[in-house]
Write a protein that binds this ligand. Structure first.
Ligand SMILES: *Cc1c(COP(=O)(O)O)cnc(C)c1O
Length: 450
């Protein structure tokens, strides 16, 4: 199995995503026995989701690291439950959180917990914000109080979902218009005033560091000032974009001010390339974090010494009691590849997104949907066609190139058009992958004339 896994990594360039064969579900039916490793080689390894391949730029997905293989082996035999108690994985997770806290520029004493991803991290952060706004809410529920939250147009759906889950309701999320790709502070102030006037309780401001559609960044410094002025909890969705903190300039500057947030949600499984799943919530006020989640019945009481020591326990900072050992794969990535190499890959992804934009602009009939700000490039294969035709063509090109194994773009809607979209969170991508993929799009676009 180890040899097959190493082959898969070494030969990944020749193993793009492929459509799932019709009989695969039958081959997975439980109880067939046989040669397990052989079956995995034949039925599991070829049917990956494509994100390990160098020409995969769909949605925002991480590419996975060789260090994951090592972490997976060691993690499997340790089988740590990192909900609490006194053992190595607890200390390793703390080391990972502390390293990240420093890189984000959050104050010492801030707390954090590794999560499944940014979606779960967002729920945890919002619940901490809600408990700060309504200290009795864990006991009494929200009753008739109407909390309101504010985020820029284009905020990720994880914010809406989290507000639904914690009982604030999607209707109480105000979408603030953008000016030059950033939340408009004047519009924000008007919305807050109108809500207060109407008897609502504004509690939360959500800044975006790396918007999912276009890779845009709010002006986090000014949001931090506004949050103080209006008495709001500032949360930053930095799922991938938070990692510009370790990139070179000018991209690093995009996330200036992120360390002033009350909470940050980010992923290791996107732009730190670590295997799924692994996200993190950081909360500046440890007491507020703990107040929102600590709950230990008698059978979980901590001890002065022995295995029940190790306080504080991670179960008091999040949703889960039993928790996997996510810290190990982040630690292996940082110790094996090193921060410098990871930072260089992030910087290079931004450079490659700019290269893709250049390649698009060299094609007379292609056009960018928006200027490239960080690592996301959105474009149409044929700017000369009517909107509905562009939609049809861009959608078909994305599907064709996925099925042929040439490249994976996803699509997004901008105004009345569906466009091709690439998010560069892939450390395996090289310059020639970008030029070859844009050439493949151009070929498909020409064929559409026939
Ligand atoms: C991916 C993403 C999320 C959700 O994160 P998950 O790790 O998939 O739960 C939230 N916000 C942004 C900007 C994202 O790109």
């Amino acid at each position: 199995m180890l040899e097959a896994s190493l082959d898969q990594l070494e030969q990944i360039r020749d193993r793009p995503w492929q459509p799932v064969p019709e009989d695969l579900p039958a081959r997975y039916r439980i109880g067939q026995g046989g040669d397990l490793v052989g079956r995995i080689e034949q039925d599991v390894l070829p049917h990956h989701g494509g994100n390990v391949h160098p020409r995969f730029w769909g949605w925002v997905q991480g590419s996975g690291l060789a260090s994951d293989l090592i972490a997976g082996m060691a993690g499997a035999v340790v089988n740590a439950n990192v909900g609490g108690r006194d053992h190595g994985a607890v200390y390793m997770e703390r080391a990972v959180i502390d390293w990240t806290r420093r890189r984000m520029g959050m104050p010492e004493g801030a707390s954090g917990v590794l999560t499944t991803g940014t979606s779960q991290a967002t729920v945890i952060a919002f619940q901490a914000a809600r408990v700060r706004a309504l200290p009795e809410v864990r006991q009494t529920g929200q009753g008739a109080v109407r909390l309101t939250a504010y985020a820029g147009v284009g905020v990720h759906n994880a914010t809406r979902k989290a507000l639904e889950l914690i009982g604030v309701g999607a209707e109480n999320l105000r979408q603030v218009p953008l000016v030059d790709g950033q939340m408009d502070p004047a519009a924000l102030a008007d919305m807050i005033a109108a809500d207060r006037e109407a008897g609502a309780v504004p509690f939360l401001l959500v800044g975006t560091a790396g918007s999912v559609d276009l890779g845009l960044f709010d002006d986090l410094e000014s949001l931090a000032d506004l949050a103080v002025d209006h008495g709001l909890w500032l949360h930053v969705d930095g799922a991938f974009g938070a990692w510009t903190r370790i990139a070179a300039e000018p991209w690093r500057g995009l996330s200036n001010g992120i360390g002033r947030a009350d909470s940050i949600a980010l992923d290791f499984h996107k732009w730190m390339y670590v295997g799924y799943d692994c996200g993190l919530v950081l909360i500046a006020d440890e007491a507020a974090h703990r107040a929102a989640f600590a709950a230990r019945p008698a059978y979980l009481e901590g001890g002065e010494r022995g295995l029940a020591g190790g306080d504080p326990w991670f179960c008091d900072y999040g949703i889960d009691l039993s928790r996997g050992n996510r810290g190990l794969k982040v630690w292996c990535a940082l110790e094996m590849h090193g921060e410098e190499a990871l930072a260089a890959a992030i910087t290079d992804n931004c450079r490659l997104a700019a290269l893709m934009a250049d390649e698009v602009e060299k094609q007379p009939r292609m056009a960018l949907g928006a200027a490239v700000v960080s690592n996301v490039c959105v474009f149409t294969a044929r700017k000369d066609l009517p909107a509905a035709e562009q939609t049809r063509l861009n959608t078909a090109i994305a599907q064709d190139l996925q099925e042929s194994g040439e490249a994976v773009f996803s699509t997004t809607r901008m105004g009345d058009r569906v466009l091709l979209r690439a998010a560069l969170t892939n450390h395996r991508t090289r310059d020639e992958d970008i030029t070859a993929a844009i050439a493949a799009v151009a070929r498909r676009a020409e064929l559409s004339d026939l």
